[in-house]
Design a protein around this ligand. Structure first.
Ligand code: G1P
Ligand code: ZN
Length: 544
């Protein structure tokens, strides 16, 4: 065995986006493409010789090949040990958990999240730092800069490592430790939640749950925890075997892509509790029998009930939510007398607050919920948290949410997405709104009085870093809100997201369809931004 120093040339566009470098599999399969990026990661890091790296991914097409390349490059670059999930599998939150638990230097996570997988679909790679969270922007910028100047990479010519049996093996002076993908994560969940109580709930006569793993990475985790440790009947986990192409589906947990689960939950006599997670296991969708819990409400309900879970029995230090997420959690924070932080969109903005102990729970309207237990959002964690709340309260999901609304009022909420619109038109629409923010206050739009208007800017209260242009906010005197922003994860054209929210304190008005309850504000939002005239779209592509 020997280390090879292979000369190479830079590739264009190896710029990590919101969540690492995401490209088509065929792009990653080009000779040297992955190697260049991995070497750029290693070249941007310091002092890692002899330390531990964690490697794993969501099992999508090209995962196994990528893991072998990364192992051989880690050995050639001087890492002392690599912890890799069996079969190359680690969900994103499990990778974060393993990095933290084993004091690793960092980790490489292979995933394109909820994007489809397969030979002609997406693949992704991202680097997480020692706190278990995604690398901050200054680190990813250094990687990108390196990728543009790279001239060689280092790799051992050793044979492939057996990834399918747990145990230690040597790779050119480095130790590869294949670990059970689930064990560390399951042990953490067992410490956070009252498994005895959840077991008793699941054993009660006629109580059924359904979890849709969407043929993605959470299958083995959900089987081991829900069916194994908690005793849910076999088959409670649907689509439990991870497939390289996710069965041809979109592994995104929402009412559209998890349709089999939704149909089951709305059927007469269907399960009491249903949930789904995405390709890499960090998103979650929560359903009750014939009831959908919006992610914004889910965060608020978990915050209000957090102390039933042993891991949160001492109470919450604070709550953080992304700016477009509804203010339902703010009302809980106010009642608890704790701080609520409003951050820009994207999980990376929660890291400093969690590290500093200022926030315990955090969430985004885009089906992301999590806490300080790891530094990623965590789908199965949210499911177990809900089960703990249900086990403690012994009420249905719908009753718990309705009671929550009676106590705190209901934040009616909806997001309208206009996907694949012309980028120039989208920029122009946002620029026009930005110019208007100065003159909107005091104006009447329909029956609503504009009380505030700005382009959201955020100063991180921990490290003082400033992030600007994070979305146009128009606030009304009754607390209603319209927010406009452009997606930062799209690949074709631009996606305009419009977030609409109205607070309704009156319990007799809590049972409306959100599209009806928000109808006036939806019209105002369309008119104010002249969406149809500027984009040619009379209505949104996706409504959540
Ligand atoms: C979207 C979501 C955002 C989430 C991100 C990564 O980003 O809106 O909340 O953090 O995906 O999962 P966007 O496309 O809106 O920039
Ligand atoms: Zn994901």
């Amino acid at each position: 065995m020997s280390v090879l120093h292979v000369s190479t040339q830079p590739f264009e566009g190896q710029k990590p986006g919101t969540s690492g470098l995401r490209k088509k599999v065929t792009v990653f399969q080009q000779p040297n493409y992955l190697h260049n990026f991995v070497q750029s990661i290693f070249d941007s890091l310091e002092g890692f010789k002899g330390t531990t790296l964690v490697v794993g991914g969501d099992g999508r097409y090209y995962n196994r090949e990528a893991v072998q390349i990364i192992l051989k490059m880690a050995a050639a670059n001087g890492f002392g040990r690599v912890l890799v999930g069996r079969g190359g599998i680690l969900s994103t939150p499990a990778a974060s958990c393993v990095i933290r638990k084993h004091g690793a230097y960092g980790g490489i996570v292979l995933s394109a999240s909820h994007n489809p997988g397969g030979p002609h679909e997406d693949f992704g790679i991202k680097y997480n730092i020692g706190n278990g969270g995604p690398a901050p922007e200054k680190v990813t910028e250094a990687m990108f800069a390196r990728s543009r100047a790279i001239s060689a990479y280092h790799i051992t010519d050793a044979a492939d490592v057996d990834l399918d049996t747990v145990g230690k093996r040597a790779l050119d002076g480095m130790t590869v430790e294949v670990i059970d993908s689930v064990a560390d994560y399951a042990e953490l969940m067992e410490r956070l939640f009252d498994f005895d109580r959840i077991r008793a709930l699941l054993a009660s006569p006629g109580y059924r749950i359904a979890f849709d793993a969407m043929s993605a990475v959470t299958g083995p985790y959900a089987r081991a925890i829900l069916e194994g440790r908690l005793g849910a009947p076999a088959g409670s986990v649907m689509r439990a075997d991870p497939l390289e192409d996710f069965g041809g589906g979109h592994p995104d947990p929402n009412l559209v892509y998890a349709h089999d689960l939704v149909e089951l939950m709305y059927r007469e006599g269907g399960p009491e509790f249903g949930a789904a997670s995405d390709g890499d296991g960090d998103r979650n969708m929560i359903l009750g029998h014939q009831f959908f819990v919006t992610p914004s409400d889910s965060l608020a309900v978990l915050a209000a009930n957090a102390t039933v879970a042993p891991g949160y029995a001492k109470g919450l230090a604070g709550i953080a939510r992304s700016m477009p997420t509804s203010a339902a959690a703010d009302r809980v924070a106010a009642k608890l007398g704790i701080d609520c932080y409003e951050t820009p969109t994207g999980w990376k903005f929660f890291g400093t607050l969690l590290d500093a102990g200022r926030a315990t729970l955090c969430g985004e309207e885009s089906f992301g919920t999590g806490s300080d237990h790891v530094r990623e959002k965590d789908g199965l964690w949210a499911v177990l948290f809900w089960l703990n709340v249900l086990a403690a309260r012994r009420q249905s999901v719908a009753d718990i949410v309705r009671e929550h609304w009676r106590t705190y009022g209901r934040n009616y909420y909806s997001r309208h997405d206009y996907e694949g619109i012309d980028s120039a038109a989208a920029e122009e629409l946002m620029d026009t709104l930005r110019r208007q923010t100065g003159t909107l206050v005091g104006k009447k739009l329909g029956a609503y009085d504009v009380a505030s208007a700005d382009d959201f800017a955020y100063t991180d209260p921990v490290d003082g870093s400033v992030t600007t242009k994070q979305g146009i906010r128009v606030g009304f005197s009754d607390g209603s809100r319209i927010v406009y922003r452009l997606s930062g994860t799209g690949t074709e054209g631009a996606t305009l997201r419009v977030y609409i929210e109205r607070y309704e304190p009156d319990p007799s008005r809590h049972d409306d369809d959100p599209q009806v309850a928000l109808a006036d504000l939806i019209t105002i939002a369309r008119d104010l931004a002249e969406i149809e005239r500027r984009t040619g779209r009379p209505k949104p592509t996706v409504i959540t």
